[in-house]
Every structure is written in structure tokens, then in C-alpha cells.
Design a protein around this ligand. Structure first.
Ligand code: ADP
Ligand code: ASP
Ligand code: MG
Length: 402
């Protein structure tokens, strides 16, 4: 049995959905059991957000989840209809019908458990099961959503629970690239990555795969394959062991816009305040970074745009003067963490040569992350991509060493 997930662009039109139904019908006829997870069609989720914004921008999160979860449900119904037209018996399920239980954090819920009986029963009857991505149900019986890009998480969590052979993520690019191919023209597709490498790439901005999807697959060693829904070429395997051959020392250069930097200054008991704020951010379930500061009386934290409201309420109570600036991070992901000091020196040199003001993030293990003005992010990523020899990776690949 395999789990396949089709993203927004892959299901953006009825003709795309019919194309997927034909592909699934062929695979089913070949004896493959299939669970299909789908996203909302095209920009549907953005459009639904806009509708809500026309009423208020102070959203009631339960209402918003009620609204946003409808996008995926439309795709489920249409794909089931298209499958039936292909002569394939299909059962469409919403998140709760598929047994997906989540935390109560509306808009950013985590999957707590999956009751697999319904899906297993449908598979046993020979049906293809189509599940709405990005949604589940809370302990109170309310519809929840998993955060933008959350259909990846649904697919990986289902693959893990159901013991699938692999989880295929179909999207609008051929696989995971050394950087976002939409902005970095020399980015190259990577054929194999370990879970740890992909997790860092994803957490630091490679939006092609949700980090939580990797977190679900990794402990159970379920391979993830990112590939194009339009073409048969390419594909990136993400699994437990490193690929064969001599690999390039750097996996990729990724960037993340819309990071917010809170600077507290001046502060006296730096360590104490740092500990206090860190524990509050963690308690509220927020991922954050701390910046390495030169002076001893400044403290700076970086949080994601989605967490701004909650972060504001924590920092407002911090007592020291707080400044909030919009920034971006640019990250070089290393194959081997031992090479990080060398990478750090080279990144610093490039930043200085190009007169780009920057800060560095603490506690990076297998990567080097710098914080820069948002307007510098793409240019810097492009510079680093070239400087670390990733522009020439195709040549390495041809020689069989990537
Ligand atoms: P889907 O709707 O299929 O989930 P997404 O938009 O979420 O698609 O993800 C695919 C997009 O991710 C690509 O179009 C690409 O611009 C972007 N992306 C960002 N970083 C990377 C990367 N390192 N490799 C490949 N794609 C990336
Ligand atoms: N439809 C949701 C989004 O646009 C979830 C997903 O596509 O993964 O973020
Ligand atoms: Mg996505």
C-alpha cells in the first residue's frame, strides 16, 4: 500500500483531477492499494481566507477552520467522482471520518493519533481511499486545520500509521532542489536526502515539504518521495540512510522570509530573561531562534509571522524595551555538521565582501543560518548557492558523485 498526496497546483482544475484519476486507475489495476490525500484546488485556501477577511481580520479560529477545511473536501468529492468514471471504486473521507485526532490549536493543530479502522476497512473492500488533507478533529469534536501546507503532514502521518511502503508527495516541481527553483535559477534537483537533511531544509524555508511531515515519517523509517504530478522525470527520495557515492558537502541554500526579530535592550540579567522568554515561547508551542549578539545587554529572538499575535503578548510583558523588525533568514545546510565552522567562515566572508549587514543564529547543528534584511534574502541565497559550488552540481551528478 502506498499513500500519495496531490498538492494545490496538481488538482487546480477538473482536467488535472481527471488526469490524476486516470493515473490512479492504472496503478490500481496494476494491483497497488492506494490512499490518496488531496489539497484544496489551486488558490482556494487563499480565496477562502480573503472571504473571511472581507468580514473581519480578527478571526475566530474555530470559524476559520470550519471555512478553510471546506477547500479540501471539494477536491475529495471531485476526485472520487472522476475515479468512479474510470471504473474505480473510491471512498472519500474528511479528516474526522479518516479518524485523524488533533490538538486544539485551531489553524496550526498537530496530529495526536489516527484511528485507522475505517481506512483499513475500505482498503480491505478493494476501494481507493481519498482523504481530505490539512484537517482533523479536536477532542471536543471541532474541525481543526494543520497550518498552511498541512496536507503533507496528513499524508505522512497516514503512511506511518497504516504502515505504507512509501509516501509520495506530488507537486509542481520535479523534486526537492538545492534552493527554491522559482527564485534561484541555477537550483538543481537533489535525488536523495536523509530525513535530518530534509528536516533542516524544510524548517529553514524549503516550502516544498512541511517539516511536520518529515517528523511523522522519520521515527518509523517511511520513505518520502517528492515528485512532479506533471512529469515522470526526477523525484527526490527522503529516507534514513545517505545516498551512495561521494556527496557534495552542502545540501542546499534555503531562505525564509517573514521572520520577525524582537530585540530587547538594554537588559541587565540577560541569562535569566532569556530563560524566561524561551520557556514561555516553548510553552505556547512556538518555534523560535535566538540571535548571537555582540554586546552583553541585548537579547534578540526570531519568530514566524504566523506566531506574531502570541509572541507580541509574551514580549509586551518582558519589561525591557522591545523593537520588532521584519527580517529573513538564509541558511546553508551541510551534509556533515563537522564542516559547519568552515562554512560559517565562508558565509561571513561573502557577507562582508558584499557589505550585507547580518546576525547569526545560535545552536545551529547541521547548518549555518544568518538573519538579514528581507530585501537581501534572494540575492544572498543566489550568491551562496554559487559560492558553495551548487550551480555546478549537475556536472557532479553527471559524473555520479552527487
Ligand atoms: P503544493 O501545493 O504541491 O503543496 P507547494 O507550493 O506547497 O506545492 O510547494 C511547491 C513549491 O515549493 C515549488 O513551486 C517551489 O517554488 C517551492 N520550493 C521552495 N523551496 C524549494 C526547494 N528547495 N525545492 C523545491 N521546491 C521548493
Ligand atoms: N490547502 C492548504 C494550504 O493551501 C493545505 C495544503 O495545501 O497542504 O495551505
Ligand atoms: Mg505544499
Amino acid at each position: 500500500m502506498i499513500v500519495q498526496k496531490y498538492g494545490g497546483t496538481s488538482v487546480e482544475s477538473v482536467s488535472n483531477i481527471k488526469g490524476i484519476a486516470r493515473k490512479v486507475a492504472l496503478e490500481k489495476a496494476g494491483g497497488q492499494d492506494l490512499v490518496i490525500v488531496v489539497s484544496a484546488m489551486g488558490d482556494t485556501t487563499d480565496e477562502l481566507m480573503k472571504l473571511a477577511d472581507h468580514i473581519t481580520t480578527r478571526h475566530h479560529k474555530r470559524d476559520l477552520d470550519m471555512l478553510l477545511s471546506t477547500g479540501e473536501q471539494v477536491t475529495v468529492a471531485l476526485l472520487c467522482m472522476a475515479l468512479r468514471e474510470e471504473g474505480v471504486a473510491a471512498t472519500g473521507l474528511t479528516g474526522w471520518q479518516a479518524g485523524i485526532s488533533t490538538t486544539t490549536d485551531h489553524g496550526g493543530a498537530s496530529i495526536l493519533s489516527i484511528a485507522p479502522e475505517r481506512i483499513q476497512g475500505e482498503l480491505k473492500m478493494g476501494n481507493v481511499v481519498v482523504v481530505a488533507g490539512f484537517q482533523g478533529i479536536t477532542g471536543d469534536g471541532d474541525i481543526s486545520t494543520l497550518g498552511r501546507g498541512g496536507s503533507d503532514t496528513t499524508a505522512a502521518a497516514l503512511a506511518t500509521k497504516l504502515g505504507a511502503e512509501r509516501c509520495e508527495i506530488y507537486t509542481d516541481v520535479e523534486g526537492v532542489y538545492t534552493s527554491d527553483p522559482r527564485y534561484i535559477k541555477n537550483a538543481v534537483m537533489i535525488s536523495s536526502l536523509t530525513y535530518e537533511e530534509m528536516l533542516t531544509m524544510a524548517r529553514r524555508g524549503a516550502g516544498v515539504l512541511h517539516p511536520k511531515a518529515i517528523e511523522h515519517a522519520m521515527p518509523h523509517n517511511v520513505p518520502l518521495v517528492v515528485r512532479s504530478s506533471m512529469s515522470r522525470v526526477g523525484g527526490t527520495w527522503i529516507h534514513g540512510s545517505p545516498g551512495k557515492g561521494v556527496s557534495h558537502p552542502v545540501c542546499g541554500v534555503v531562505f525564509h522570509k517573514g521572520r520577525f526579530c524582537y530585540t530587547l535592550s538594554p537588559i541587565q540579567n540577560r541569562m535569566e530573561i532569556k530563560r524566561l522568554i524561551s520557556s514561555r515561547l516553548t510553552l505556547w508551542g512556538m518555534e523560535y531562534d535566538t540571535l548571537i549578539e555582540e554586546g552583553g545587554d541585548t537579547l534578540a529572538f526570531l519568530v514566524a509571522e504566523d506566531d506574531l499575535e502570541r509572541a507580541d503578548s509574551i514580549f509586551d510583558r518582558a519589561g525591557a524595551i522591545v523593537r520588532r523588525d521584519r527580517k529573513a533568514t538564509v541558511t546553508v545546510v551541510a551534509k556533515d555538521k563537522k564542516t559547519c565552522p568552515v562554512i560559517r567562515d565562508k558565509v561571513r566572508q561573502i557577507l562582508q565582501e558584499n557589505r550585507i549587514a547580518f546576525h547569526t543564529i545560535e545552536n545551529c547543528t547541521n547548518h549555518v543560518t544568518t538573519v538579514v534584511e528581507e530585501s537581501h534574502a534572494i540575492d544572498l541565497a543566489s550568491l551562496l548557492h554559487s559560492a558553495f559550488g551548487l550551480d555546478e552540481v549537475q556536472a557532479f551528478e553527471a559524473a555520479g558523485i552527487y
